[in-house]
Design a protein around this ligand. Structure first.
Ligand SMILES: Nc1ncnc2c1ncn2[C@@H]1O[C@H](COP(=O)(O)OP(=O)(O)OP(=O)(O)O)[C@@H](O)[C@H]1O
Length: 764
């Protein structure tokens, strides 16, 4: 007898009910663990005194319970999302962390998605089952099971399978159709096979992940960080993992993904922030940024440092011991050669220069007094007097000053003479002029790698350490506040009657305890330390980095255990990459491996049909990713007049905001018209955010230039004045390509005059 629809619905309801029982049991287990850790933490925090060793042990156990609690609170949503039924009649539930049954020989109740046993959940196909007969996707809202999707892996399904080989297609599409929230979410429940292979690729060496827009490169990179931390925990907790992103807005956009996977020990940073103590956020011309990003700058900076190691033309006369003393060319020249030969950074070699100078000058003074009458002790005394003499010291300071990276770079970039001396072999006059600026100007992102390079050439100094210390203290405080917050949340869930943690501890006190026990995670310590080297480095939007920025990153990762993620076709900055080989060759020759992602999860096929022809215009040999979704919504072309285009765009933004019903809209326009469009849009939609402010991600509408929207996505995108974008960008077509592919659903192009050629033929 054939199964009726009603039968199937009944079966489905039974299955949902059975899964609900299992999932509820898992949440009970989670609560039990939270209660246990919370109690243990409260106990350790209340203990005082004891031997230093007892204190250290207590601190370690405090830290352990805190980490465990934050991990347990991170997995609250979507704790369990899958089940595997195997040929062997075994059944495993898959989720965000591992849970075990202590009373039953630690049998697994829930398998961490990163464990080898969970792998078939992502990889098994009907053609290659790996012992799996059924894969079940379990959808939940809070603690309630809302739906199930079963994939029976048999030959029938192998024949009917999705043409893109997608696993859990309905669950995947449901996830992709959700409104965007302004924050990237994790994809742990719906990782696809090609993504899983990259996530679990071995840690050593450089892995390059090339993929078109929306192929999940960022998502994959972050899940890979979580996977590596799980698999190589010992190695990586010591040195930490660094994720480098293009700007602060992007970092804020991706900031919740790792915590939602229970990982907090990862440092997210821009290249600029890797130089602690300096906010490199000012803007400058694209030309200046591009020139500063070239490798020639290494020689320029080297010259600029050597230019601070002077010898007088003849001599400089000072009065010492009421007699004239000549600080002469030959003495200085010999001391300088010795100091340079030591091959130490300038500020460290300075000590050698001074030591040589004081000894030589002491001999000069001794000669004057009659050297035969003096023994070595007398000469040492003279040298000591010279060291204490302010006039002598002042001259030596002029000849070989102690100098900080910020001072040197500021003086170099604001002095045509210094620039000429250091850069004339590499940059012509107009290029040098393009880099010049007022003394004391704010730092730009392209300055940060130069400061970092200079820090290497000059050597460490105290001020940098002090800044690092300050920053660390701030972070400790923020961390402690976070801990209290987590503990309070847990208390709220479990035991409202108990003494609140904040009644016995405050954030300052907890930060103080952390400071003394120095049990910060590697990532937290690394944030304030320029010389920190990481266990693994992940670089996102890697195509945008200049040659100088790559040098900073490579210095942070001498092991070259790296994941480099990007899309050569999306390179927007003139200093960015046009081939991975050019970028990586200088550091690892050909020893890097390439993986490609081929499926576009973000941009619907209707929009890719408009974006794809642009690839042909770029000088890149890349295939177009295939869209998973089509929405039936064609891109809309809105022709307007030059005078009207801002007002029309603003009206359209308001209409789109209604259409996306609680979703997010972006207006992407040429950089120099951002304020103009921003002003008009804000008048109509006061909550709109103009420019790349991280908190702008929460606004319903953002007005951005294309480079500021890199890596982000929106429910609706309006590309305003495409001709202006093409004209103003060093890689205009790439920018239009990026702009068109930021949308998950709706796209409009507002143009005056004919639509620029790459977007289609002129309208009749
Ligand atoms: N397996 C998946 N399951 C669910 N969503 C996914 C999956 N893979 C990617 N996505 C979603 O697709 C969108 C694009 O992902 P992501 O931003 O990582 O792509 P990208 O390759 O970095 O894009 P771009 O280079 O254009 O910035 C995101 O919303 C992401 O959550």
């Amino acid at each position: 007898m054939s199964e009726t629809r009603a039968d199937r619905e009944l079966d489905h309801a039974d299955s949902v009910a059975a899964e609900q029982r299992y999932v509820s049991m898992l949440y009970d287990k989670l609560d039990e663990l939270r209660r246990y850790n919370s109690k243990r933490l409260a106990e350790t925090l209340r203990e005082t005194g004891g031997t230093p060793q007892a204190r250290t042990e207590r601190d370690i156990s405090t830290k352990m319970h805190i980490d465990k609690l934050s991990q347990l609170s991170a997995v609250e949503n979507g704790l369990c999302f899958g089940r595997l039924d195997l040929d062997s009649e075994e059944r495993f539930h898959i989720g965000r962390l591992g849970l075990f049954d202590e009373e039953n020989e630690y049998a697994p109740l829930l398998i961490d998605w990163r464990a080898p046993a969970a792998r078939p959940f992502y990889l098994a196909t009907a053609a290659s089952r790996d012992g799996v007969i059924r894969r079940r996707h379990i959808r939940t809202t809070r603690r309630t099971v809302t739906d199930l999707e079963d994939e029976v892996l048999d030959l029938d399904s192998a024949e009917q399978g999705s043409h893109l080989g997608l696993a859990g297609e309905a669950t995947l599409l449901a996830a992709l159709d959700e409104r965007r929230t302004g924050q990237m979410g994790d994809i742990v429940a719906t990782i696809q096979a090609e993504q899983d292979n990259i996530i679990r690729s071995g840690m050593n060496g450089v892995l390059v992940v090339q993929g078109g827009p929306g192929t999940g490169k960022t998502a994959v990179a972050l899940h890979r960080a979580a996977y590596l931390l799980y698999t190589y925990r010992q190695q990586l907790t010591k040195r930490g993992v660094l994720v480098v992103g293009p700007n602060k807005t992007f970092l804020r956009y991706i900031g919740q993904v790792l915590p939602s996977l229970g990982e907090t020990g990862v440092l997210l940073s821009t290249v600029g922030e890797l130089y602690p103590g300096v906010a490199a956020t000012a803007t400058e011309t694209a030309t200046a940024a591009e020139l500063k990003g070239r490798t020639e700058m290494v020689s320029v900076l080297n010259n600029a440092v050597r230019d601070r190691q002077q010898v007088p033309r003849k001599y400089i006369e000072v009065t010492f011991d009421r007699e004239p003393l000549h600080i002469d060319k030959s003495t200085c020249s010999q001391a300088r050669t010795k100091a340079r030969r030591a091959r130490k950074p300038h500020n460290e070699a300075r000590k050698i220069f001074r030591r040589e100078m004081f000894s030589a000058l002491a001999l000069q003074v001794a000669d004057r007094l009659g050297r035969d009458l003096l023994d070595q002790r007398d000469i040492d005394d003279i040298a000591a007097e010279l060291r204490a003499d302010s006039q002598v010291c002042e001259v030596l300071e002029q000849l070989w000053p102690e100098i900080e990276p910020t001072t040197l770079l500021d003086e170099l970039l604001s002095s045509p003479e210094r620039m000429k001396k250091a850069a004339r072999r590499y940059f012509d006059e107009s290029q040098r002029r393009a880099m010049l600026r007022e003394p004391g100007s704010e730092w730009t992102p392209a300055d940060a790698p130069l400061l970092d390079e200079l820090a290497e050439l000059l050597g460490e100094d105290d001020s940098e350490q002090q800044q690092a210390q300050l920053r660390q203290e701030r972070e400790e405080l923020a961390y402690a506040e976070g801990v209290l917050h987590i503990m309070e949340q847990d208390e709220e869930i479990m035991d409202p009657e108990r003494l609140r943690v904040s009644d016995v501890l405050d954030a300052d006190l907890l930060a103080e305890r952390n400071r003394t026990n120095s049990e910060l995670t590697a990532a937290e310590r690394a944030a304030g330390d320029r010389t920190w080297t990481f266990g693994h480095v992940i670089v996102d939007e890697a195509q945008e980095l200049s040659a100088m920025a790559w040098r900073v990153i490579m210095r942070r990762c001498p092991s070259r255990s790296m994941t480099v993620v990007g899309d050569i076709a999306q390179t927007g900055s003139a200093a960015g990459a046009s081939s991975w080989h050019d970028v990586l060759g200088p550091y690892v020759a050909r020893r890097w491996r390439l993986e490609e992602l081929t499926v576009n999860y973000r941009t619907p096929s209707e929009i890719m049909s408009m974006a794809t022809p642009l690839l042909a215009e770029m000088d890149v040999d890349l295939s177009v990713p295939t869209s998973v979704r089509s929405t039936g919504i064609e891109p809309s072309l809105v022709r307007t007049s030059e005078e009207e285009d801002t007002a029309r765009t603003a009206r359209l933004a308001a209409e789109e905001l209604e259409a996306v019903d609680g979703g997010h809209v972006a207006v992407l326009c040429p950089p120099d018209r951002r304020e103009e469009f921003g002003g008009e849009v804000s008048e109509l939609i006061p909550r709109a955010a103009v420019g790349p402010r991280p908190e702008g991600l929460e606004a319903p509408v953002m007005v951005l230039s294309v480079d500021q929207a890199k890596g982000l996505e929106f429910d609706s995108v309006i590309v305003a004045d495409p001709a202006g974008i093409l004209e103003q960008s060093p890689r205009g077509i790439n920018d239009i390509y990026v702009a068109l592919t930021r949308t998950t659903t709706r796209l409009s192009v507002v143009h005056h005059g004919d639509l620029p050629a790459p977007l289609g033929p002129p309208e009749s």
